[in-house]
Design a binder for this molecule. Structure first.
Ligand SMILES: Nc1ncnc2c1ncn2[C@@H]1O[C@H](COP(=O)(O)OP(=O)(O)O)[C@@H](O)[C@H]1O
Ligand SMILES: [Mg+2]
Length: 218
């Protein structure tokens, strides 16, 4: 592993519902990279992102994140925050009650005071251009607003790497543009599961296809 490797997976195998999704993937992410994971629906993109956080076990292979081997729950728990996952369905990520409270929840959980957490939430909402949504109930948001609010919650945890699951899915052109600009502006390394050509063109520094990736290093 090189010194700047953030994620280094070797021979990763994933099995779901008795079906092999990954047969031995070498996955590498270095500082500053924006790696796109392509592959048809059902290829295992979401499962791979979840497995990097320990939500789904790898059936074989070795995984190192931030220079440390990760195999047991106690190895993965500290990654939830530093590896910031934006869910495929923003509705699964937001639990409210208001946008500001939702975004403040992460920092509060990390030990910030109520006023510091509120300040962090306000900063992130402002940065994403959605300060006006702060007091809205999360259920009262459009799809694009939900995705931006969910991203604010992820960024409020001060991640080192973003894991983005179809981030522009279902967004109109305006919301897509704002989200992509916000993501580029973070300067963070990221793994993105997306087929959206606009998203790929705006962000990708490298791409892998899951079908091919099961047979080749990447
Ligand atoms: N909880 C689960 N239990 C069993 N199979 C699952 C589960 N979640 C997803 N799968 C299956 O795993 C495969 C990969 O799904 P997924 O990772 O969501 O693919 P993608 O994100 O590439 O569309 C699909 O065949 C899906 O039906
Ligand atoms: Mg998916």
């Amino acid at each position: 592993m090189t010194d700047d490797a953030l994620i280094d997976g070797r021979g990763l195998r994933l099995v779901r519902g008795g079906r092999e999704l990954l047969g031995g993937l070498d996955l590498h992410l270095t500082q500053g990279e924006r790696l796109f994971v392509l592959g048809p629906s059902g290829a295992g993109k979401t499962t791979l992102l979840h497995a990097l956080l320990g939500f789904v076990p790898f059936a074989a292979g070795s995984l190192s994140v931030f220079g440390q081997a990760r195999s047991r729950e106690r190895d993965f728990a500290p990654l939830r925050g530093p590896l910031g996952l934006l869910f495929q369905d923003a509705g699964d990520q937001l639990f409210g009650p208001t946008v500001a409270e939702d975004v403040a929840f992460g920092p509060l959980n990390l030990g910030a005071s109520a006023s510091d957490a509120a300040a962090i939430a306000a900063t992130q909402l402002d940065r994403l251009g959605i300060a006006r949504l702060a007091d809205r109930p999360v259920q009262a948001l459009s799809g694009g607003e939900q995705r931006l609010a969910a991203l604010a919650g992820v960024l409020a945890m001060r991640p080192r790497v973003l894991l983005l699951d179809e981030p522009t899915n279902g967004l109109d052109a305006g919301a897509t543009e704002r989200l992509l600009a916000a993501l580029a502006e973070t300067g963070l390394s990221m793994i993105v599961a997306s087929h959206d050509p606009v998203c790929v063109a705006a962000l990708a520094s490298r791409r892998i296809e899951l079908r091919d990736a099961t047979h080749a290093g990447c």
